[in-house]
Design a protein around this ligand. Structure first.
Ligand code: ADP
Ligand code: ZN
Length: 600
């Protein structure tokens, strides 16, 4: 590893060591090579081009799809004392002119631009006469129609390879599937560049999944018992549920704001701003929220409904714990969501082929919810990584109990068979429980041998059995016939009595007891007071500078200050996340806050 890169990492960004493959990537690009970088959200992609930008002559041009994303990066860089800027539609012309001067004077190190601006002839002509240190293409999966954020302008970026063959290009993304990767190589002309693929594991995230019972109440419980005072994102499927949930949390004394595409732009911006800038805040949102939000100290992401694929789940839950400190991904799922999502797929305009793909993705997500094995193992396997049980998910820490449910399952399966595999769960359960409504009579199903054989279980318990059977692959829904339950091949040996089926208990497990290992790092009383004092100081500072609190410094930095209790400026060099610019600007005040609390 070059000493220069190491020194910039420490002096400018205040970090002692590179993570994962960062060092190799930095080295490659700093020496003028191109690279394709795949890292999970929060893995630390930005430094992979920011450090080479500081090592090379000229200005680095960074392509980014969203203004919010650019502004956030620029704020972070400036706080670290790096001269960086963004140009977009909102940038006044005189600022653009001044930036051009700075570029020619060689003082601007990073310039963020939108792809559509970069590929204009005017901008390219400007670059022709400029020393460009490197091109970084962030969120590079936008180039692919297979990805979820397709941006046609990205496909024109291949021009950079032709026009500037000697400038290194680095493309970065958190999306890993093979089609997207092939598209990135093709359109961005990176076929010969080395690929740096990192593990997709996010070891600091604890996965916790539970069956839905009263979702809002379960969520409130989770927040109050495990996450009090922490920043979090709550995802809901519908706008209405966003509104209801946010209101419910507020009524219960939490600081929560709603966010969805049906709200006015102004309100949305306001709520997003509050979320990024405040501490101790929860945003309740549809999945419209999140891209471009780099708040590193999000301590939990909660899903009040099951997402439609593991890719979606991973991207959304990955917004927790970017700072590497413990964080929780919490998910609550029910049969209704599964059926609703299946209906959405069935009714969509997509081709049958596409529908099959989406259905498979949905089922894979459902398996993660239903599994009794390590959840992380299943998630990583989906991304092509084999791993051992993780010891940091609910199933690893509290292996679920099982009981022999063979007889119940046989009753259900044979009832599905007897009604001709043409009815959805609700109807099958009515027959099992012996409810002879009009419809049952019309079909003469009160005469079936399975009519009423399940009267001892409640409707809710039967739904639970149905869900588990779907999860175990014994039953599936026919999306072409109103989600009718149908038997799979795997159901036959069970019906013939050749196989035992183990089920999870039907009564709700004590979800509250299946909590994450608590992070009991702090907490002598004096430390706690110093911690709170530092947080207050940070908030005041952030307000004064009009930047998010984490731009001043992250939780991990504050925590390190509490642990090390620095007394002199020189001590601050060992504190995580404090580079020279920050020490110069904030060092005195930090020492003062620490000193005030050391006295007593
Ligand atoms: P990504 O873009 O991959 O989602 P970021 O580049 O935003 O991730 O980095 C996530 C967080 O990790 C940021 O707060 C960043 O400062 C921090 N980080 C990145 N690299 C390191 C490192 N080597 N040591 C410590 N923290 C790091
Ligand atoms: Zn596990």
């Amino acid at each position: 590893m070059s000493a220069t890169a190491q020194r910039i990492l420490q002096d400018t960004f205040g970090y002692p060591a590179f993570r994962g493959r960062q060092a190799e990537i930095v080295e490659t690009v700093a020496q003028g090579g191109s690279a394709l970088v795949l890292m999970p959200t929060g893995g630390g992609k930005s430094l992979c081009y920011q450090i080479p930008a500081l090592m090379r002559e000229g200005v680095a041009v960074v392509v980014s799809p969203l203004i919010a994303l650019m502004d956030d990066q620029v704020a972070n860089l400036r706080a670290a004392g790096v001269h960086a800027a963004a140009v977009h539609s909102g940038t006044p012309p005189e600022t653009v002119r001044r930036l051009a001067d700075d570029i020619h004077a060689g003082s601007l190190k990073l310039l963020y631009v939108a792809p559509e601006r970069l590929v204009t002839e005017r901008f390219l002509r400007f670059l022709d006469n400029t020393a460009v240190s490197l091109f970084a293409i962030d969120e590079a999966h936008c180039v692919s129609q297979w990805g979820h954020d397709f941006r046609p302008e990205y496909q024109q970026l291949g021009i950079l390879a032709e026009r500037y063959p000697n400038v290194p290009r680095i493309a970065l993304t958190a999306t890993a599937d093979a089609e997207t990767r092939a598209d990135m190589k093709h359109y961005l002309k990176l076929a010969d560049a080395p690929e740096f693929i990192s593990s997709f594991d996010r070891p600091n995230i604890y996965y916790q999944v539970m069956e839905k019972n009263n979702g809002k109440k379960q969520l409130l419980d989770f927040i109050q018992k495990q996450m009090h005072g922490q920043n979090g994102i709550v995802y809901c499927l519908s706008r209405k549920s966003v509104e209801d949930t946010a209101a419910f949390l507020c009524e219960n004394g939490l600081n929560a704001v709603p966010y969805h595409a049906g709200m006015s732009l102004e309100t949305r911006q306001h709520h997003q701003h509050r979320f990024t800038h405040e501490d101790n805040i929860i945003i309740v949102a549809t999945v419209a929220f999140g891209m471009g939000i780099d708040k590193p100290d999000v301590r939990f992401v909660a899903h009040l409904d099951m997402p439609q694929s593991i890719e979606h789940f991973y991207q959304e839950s990955g917004r927790a714990g970017r700072d590497g400190l413990p964080a929780v991904s919490w998910l609550c799922y029910g049969m209704n969501t599964l059926v609703l999502l299946k209906e959405r797929i069935a009714e969509s305009q997509a081709s049958d082929f596409q529908k099959q793909i989406e259905l498979q993705k949905l089922n894979a997500m459902f398996d993660v919810c239903e599994t009794a094995a390590c959840r992380r193992q299943l998630l990583l396997r989906h991304f092509g990584e084999e791993s051992a049980p993780c010891g940091n998910c609910d199933n690893c820490l509290h292996p679920p109990e099982r009981f022999d449910g063979t007889e119940l399952v046989q009753k259900l399966l044979s009832c599905v068979y007897r009604v001709g595999q043409c009815f959805a769960a609700g109807y099958v359960i009515d027959v099992l429980r012996g409810k002879d409504g009009d419809w049952v009579r019309q079909n003469r199903h009160e005469q079936l041998s399975t009519f009423g054989i399940g009267s001892t279980l409640s409707d809710k318990d039967w739904r639970n059995v149905v869900r588990q059977c779907i999860g175990l692959g014994l039953l599936t829904n026919d999306i072409h016939r109103h989600q009718a339950l149908i038997l799979t091949e795997a159901a036959l040996p069970v019906l013939r009595g050749e196989e035992t089926v183990l089920l999870r208990p039907l009564k709700r497990d004590k979800a509250a007891t299946r909590v994450a290992k608590t992070d009991n790092w702090l907490r002598t009383e004096r430390e706690e007071r110093l911690w709170q004092a530092l947080r207050q100081w940070r908030l005041a500072k952030a307000k004064a500078d009009e930047v998010p609190a984490y731009v001043i410094c992250g939780d991990k930095t504050l925590r390190d200050i509490v642990e090390k209790q620095p007394a002199h400026l020189a001590d601050l060099r060992d504190v995580y996340g404090l580079g020279e610019a920050k020490i110069e600007k904030l060092g005195g005040e930090i020492l003062r806050v620490v000193a005030e609390h050391r006295a007593d």
